[in-house]
Structures are given as C-alpha cells and as structure tokens.
Design a binder for this molecule. Structure first.
Ligand code: SF4
Length: 529
C-alpha cells in the first residue's frame, strides 16, 4: 500500500550514500564485470520511494553509481537519505550538500534508528521502521516542504505490517548496475547474540511478508532486468522456520515457471543444518549460498556471546551438511573477543582450512549501540569513543596491536591465491556438484546475457589471466572449469576471488579497516564515478 489522502504533490530526491570500501561489497570485482558499479539495491530507500503518495514524483540516486548533481537538488523539494553506520560520514555530507540548496533533509534507516545523535544537522529524523512516523513525515512535507526551525524527531510506534508493504520501487534503480539483486521476506531474529543490534532494532518475533508478495517482487525484479543472483537480506531466513517452509514451495514453483532465472542466497543461523526439510526445499528453489554468522569456532566464545545455537550441531558437520545440499557457506568471523587468546589467529586459520569455506568476512569486534555488548562494555569502562586512530571501539583484553596484527595475518594467509582457489576447487567438487541441474532459461540464452558473459570472460582472462600476478593459480582452476564447460563456475569464483585477494592484500599491510562497522572512515571510499 501507499500513503493516502495527501493531495499536495512534493518532489522527493532519495539519495543513497556511498559505501566506504569494505570486504563485503566486492568493489575489486566490479572492473571484471560488464559495468557493475554498486553492491545491492538499497531496500529501505526504495521501499519508502514506493510508499510515497502516488502523485509525488520521486528520483532515486545511488551515489555508488553517480553523485547527486546540482540539477537533482534544484529539482527536489525535499531530500530523503538512508544508510548504515559505516555510511555515517557520507550521509552527513549529503545533508550538507542539500542544505546548500536550502532543502529539508530527512534521514531514516538502521543507523539513525540506533543512534539519532549521529545526525544533528538533519531536519527530520525518522527513527524506526515504516509506520506512523513515515505518515507524519509525509503529512508535514505536504503542508510545508521548507526546513523546520529545529530538528524534528519522528519515532515509529505503530509499524506498518509487512503484509502491507508495497513492492520496493526497483524500477527507479539501475538494477543492472548492481552486483546482486536484493529482496526481503522477514525482519527480526529470535536470538540475542550479545554483539548484534537486530533484535533491539527489529524485534525478536520476526515479522513477515506473504509469499505472494515475494513472488510479485521477484516478477518485478525480473521485469527490471535482474537475472543473476538475488540475496534475501532477512536477518535470519529461518528466524521463523514455519514461515520459511511456507515460502519455499512458492519459490520452487516460481523458479520452475521462469526457467530458474535466478540464483538465490540468504542469511541464516547455522542450525539450519538440523532442518533437512528446509535444506531440501532450498536446494529445489536453487539457493546456492547461505551466509552463516559462525563468528568463531571456539565453543567457549560462542557460549560467552550467547550464540549457543551455533553448537546445535558440530560446526564442521553443519557446514558439510549445508554443502551437501549444493549451498556454499559464507561465514562471518569476529576477532578481538574476550575469550580470544594469543593462539586464536592460528586456530582460526586451521578452521578456514578444515571448513573449506572460500569466503569468510573476518572483522574485529565492534560494539554497536543498542546491543547487550555495548551495555556491558559501557558498564566496564571498555568503550573507546571518538578515537579515530582505532579500528574498533572496544578495549580488548589482549593488547590492541596484537589483535590487529593477528587479524592482518589471518587476512594475509587465508586469502593467499593458492589457498583460496583450493577452497573454491573443493566447493566445485563437493558443493556445486550437489546442485540441481537447471534448464537454461530464456534470459540465459538471450544475446544480451551471452554478450555479458563474454565481456566478463574477456576482462577476467585479460586482467587476471594475463596481467594478474596470481595468473598461474588462476589458470590451474580456470582450465579445470573450462574443460567441464562450466563457465558460470569459472566466472563467479574468479570475480569474488579477485576481490578477496586484492582486499586482503591491502588489509595485511594496514590499508583497510579491520571492522566493517569501523567509525574510522578511510579516504578510499568506493568511487561514485
Ligand atoms: S542469530 Fe544473527 S541476526 Fe540473530 S541475533 Fe544472532 S547475530 Fe543477530
């Protein structure tokens, strides 16, 4: 549904801020593609754009693709911004630029909802999810779009049911310029891991869309030109297991109807390995990747962070089980935990080898506001505030330099090209081989898609296979794939591996942040051009 009963039309400019260069946004892979410039279409801002009254003209700009221009600001009557903590500096910068045109600027999304005081210059703070605060913001702008004299804080107390959510305005985004498509089925997570802000922000009882909404969104993504991978951004896809089971047959049916046009990915807790009935349906729906927040292989550490559910099956066994359904596991890992010891880095590298997981996002512990971890560290005087020289706001129990050094070593060793491609080879042999054999969809057979594949192959062969300094390792892997005629199995790992290798090299010499949430924002943001 849309906001209703508003007659005065306002021109709204929605601006999504640039990401700071990070491990999880894959920007080193973009030059190998056919023109990808950004990670995923931002759900929140596109949702708000779709919710605005039907007669309100909306422009959407993702500054990872192009910056908002003078002409955009001159066109607008008000500006909406949304983003995560890591984009804080960029969001404040958009506000400054909009104010130069005397425009009212509203900010919503996860960062302002957790930390309103990060955004003193904005005219409107939208705290919380889509709901009564959104209606109030729209009504105020309809009455008067000029800047209010003082900052206005609007807090959602009555959230709009997700069953009432409109389809995000994917048509406003240049979806073909994104690395992945995105979609959301649920919000919230029943667990309470100490470091995580999801339960505090979105609740422990997952809220849900209807399966029919997801199917309509997939249809729209397809209409807009998305054909590759689509990522369910849900905090935990099995936060409500019954809901996941309700949705999956619809996804299977949709994939069959459309010729398996999309490869699906999601985030889920590792105890999904105990649910063969869910895994089997995910296999049929062509889920190919599951991100699991494994965090650490150390059982004492998992207990201490209240992530006992990761131990419902032995971790390695859980990973193997998921792999056996054709799904590659991507893992989140945290270093700098109170339970870490001097030998934790080596233990972690052992886990990387044993698990054969190619892609692990290894971060230093960061205390996020609205988490039990934040409260505990604040009580203990272990939060470091406003210290731009550090990659974490936590006073670790081990010396800071030792923890950072250990992180750098893990990055350096885990992403040595030989080791990384060996893990991908394992995935080819034991995971990808377990996937259902899908027909070639009309989209895949299209000239546009063939051309896209050829461009990527040309870029990969030239930039990695000829010019790259790890070309020998690459060719050993690539020739194996080529001999089997597995072009997709070559392109996907080659793109991701290139990013991981490049990023890890920069990280190991101190040129990258050791935390995706770090408040230390480096100069080298993802370029907007
Ligand atoms: S399971 Fe994941 S989403 Fe849920 S509270 Fe833990 S870290 Fe957060």
């Amino acid at each position: 549904m849309r906001a209703e009963g508003i007659e005065t039309a306002r021109r709204i400019l929605c601006v999504f801020p640039r990401y700071t260069s990070s491990f999880g946004t894959f920007e080193h892979a973009y030059p190998l593609t056919d023109g990808v410039q950004a990670f995923m279409p931002p759900q929140g801002l596109l949702l708000i754009a779709a919710y605005l009254p039907a007669n309100w003209p909306v422009r959407f700009i993702d500054e990872n693709i192009r910056p908002a221009t003078r002409e955009d600001f001159e066109w607008a009557e008000a500006v909406f911004v949304s983003g995560m903590h890591i984009q804080r500096q960029q969001m404040n910068d958009i506000c400054r630029r909009a104010h130069a045109f005397d425009l009212a600027v509203a900010i919503g999304g996860p960062s302002v909802s957790a930390c309103p005081d990060y955004y003193p210059s904005f005219d409107y703070l939208h705290v919380g999810e889509l709901g009564d605060a959104t209606n109030e913001l729209i009504a105020r702008l309809a009455r008067d779009p000029s800047r209010p004299e003082q900052q206005v804080v609007l807090k959602t107390s009555d959230r709009l049911a997700m069953t009432e959510f409109p389809i995000p305005a994917y048509e406003l985004a240049e979806v073909k310029k994104y690395f992945l498509g995105s979609i959301q089925y649920s919000s919230g997570c029943p667990y309470q891991c100490e470091f995580c802000d999801i339960p505090g922000l979105y609740g422990r009882n997952p809220r849900l869309k209807r399966p029919q909404q997801i199917i309509a969104e997939l249809d729209k993504l397809r209409e807009c030109g998305v054909t590759g991978s689509v990522y369910f951004v849900d905090d935990n896809f099995i936060g409500n297991r019954k809901a996941a089971l309700d949705l999956l047959p619809h996804l299977v049916e949709w994939q069959k109807r459309t010729g398996y046009v999309m490869r699906l990915a999601c985030e889920a807790t590792l105890n999904i390995a105990k649910r063969p009935e869910i895994l089997e349906k995910m296999r049929e729906a062509f889920f190919v990747t599951v991100f699991c927040g494994i965090e650490t292989p150390d059982p004492d550490a998992l207990k201490a962070m209240h992530k006992d559910h990761n131990m419902m099956v032995p971790i390695l066994e859980g990973i193997r089980t998921i792999n056996s359904y054709g799904m590659e596991v991507v893992s989140g890992i945290i270093m700098g935990l109170d339970t870490d010891k001097p030998e934790t880095g080596d233990a972690l590298l052992g886990f990387v080898e044993d698990s054969q997981i190619p892609l692990l996002t290894i971060n230093l512990l960061q205390a996020l506001p609205k988490t039990p971890l934040w409260d505990r560290l604040e009580r203990d005087g272990r939060l470091v505030n406003d210290d731009d020289g550090r990659d974490s706001n936590v006073k670790f129990l081990l010396p800071y330099d030792q923890v950072v050094e250990s992180w750098r070593k893990c990055m350096e060793v885990a992403y040595q090209p030989e080791k990384l491609f060996a893990r991908y080879q394992y995935q080819c042999d034991y995971t990808y081989s377990q996937r259902i054999k899908v027909p070639v969809s009309p989209e895949q057979k299209s000239w546009a898609n063939i051309r896209r594949g050829l461009i990527m192959l040309r870029n990969i062969f030239w930039k990695v296979g000829v010019l790259g300094d790890y070309r020998k390792v690459f060719w050993k892997f690539a020739l194996g794939r080529l001999r089997r005629g597995d072009i997709e199995g070559l392109i996907g790992p080659a793109l991701i591996a290139h990013h991981l290798i490049m990023f890890a090299r920069a990280a190991s010499v101190g040129q990258q942040n050791a935390s995706n949430y770090s408040i230390r924002l480096r100069e080298a943001s993802v370029p907007a051009e």
